[in-house]
Design a protein around this ligand. Structure first.
Ligand code: ZN
Length: 73
């Protein structure tokens, strides 16, 4: 059985952060853009959904200017 890897991803189109376990591409919940995982910004990856959610909450609590710095890395 293959393990799902949960990824916290950032939409380059609208900046929305979400969790996906897709392996090739995913659709942004906010703007509907289909993002290729290879070319998209994966902020964090884990096998543990709970950790992914914690990271997501963490990232969403960061103020926008600071987050822009983070995502530009
Ligand atoms: Zn988006």
């Amino acid at each position: 059985m293959r393990k799902r890897v949960y990824k916290v991803v950032l939409c380059k189109n609208c900046g929305h952060i979400q969790i996906t376990y897709a392996e090739n591409s995913y659709q942004c919940f906010r703007c509907g853009t289909i993002m290729e995982l290879e070319s998209s910004k994966i902020i964090f990856r884990t096998l543990d959904l709970k950790k992914a959610k914690e990271k997501l909450i963490d990232l969403k609590s960061i103020k926008q200017p600071e987050f822009k710095k983070l995502s530009g890395r």
